[in-house]
Design a protein. Structure first.
Length: 162
């Protein structure tokens, strides 16, 4: 039996990691060392659903991939932060910008570089294939039934909106 996430209807902002949440964490390199990543459209639709409900969406990624610019162009998302090593500091500044407290923000991530961001918020979500260190070290972490890149983000959105 699949579990559902316990989320508040008072959540006003969702901030996500990118690799490992929207992707399965792998990338392809061609002969010219051009990088490609696979993103699931089900998760992309989740972004659209959040924005239609006036929930602020953003991404804080350690990577600098131009793929992240898709969200800015496609959806007009302002909070796209690339190449970030201190995710907690950036998340706190975003929360201050919108005058939101930890009860109004959800963070979804999958790896050890997300731990500081998880500590900023009450609602902490990770895909099923979350790093084992994160699974045991982040208190009150909720884990999706689905893995990253295979609908974990959308599962969280469906739980939040329904």
């Amino acid at each position: 039996m699949e579990k559902t996430l316990s989320l508040s209807k008072n959540i006003k902002m969702v901030i996500s990691d990118f690799d490992g949440v929207f992707t399965d964490g792998t990338f392809l390199l061609d002969e010219n060392l051009n990088q490609q990543k696979r993103v699931n459209f089900v998760d992309i639709m989740g972004v659209s659903m959040l924005l239609k409900k006036n929930i602020i969406f953003g991404i804080i990624s350690g990577e600098t991939s131009n793929i992240l610019d898709y969200f800015k162009r496609q959806f007009g998302v302002d909070e796209i932060h690339k190449g970030i090593r201190q995710k907690g500091i950036v998340l706190n500044s975003i929360m201050e910008k919108y005058s939101l407290n930890e009860d109004e923000v959800l963070y979804i991530g999958d790896d050890i570089n997300d731990i500081a961001a998880f500590e900023c918020v009450k609602y902490r979500i990770a895909p099923r294939n979350v790093n084992p260190i994160v699974r045991v070290s982040v208190k009150n972490l909720q884990v999706t039934n689905t893995t990253g890149g295979m609908g974990a983000f959308r599962e969280m959105v469906d739980n939040l909106l329904n």
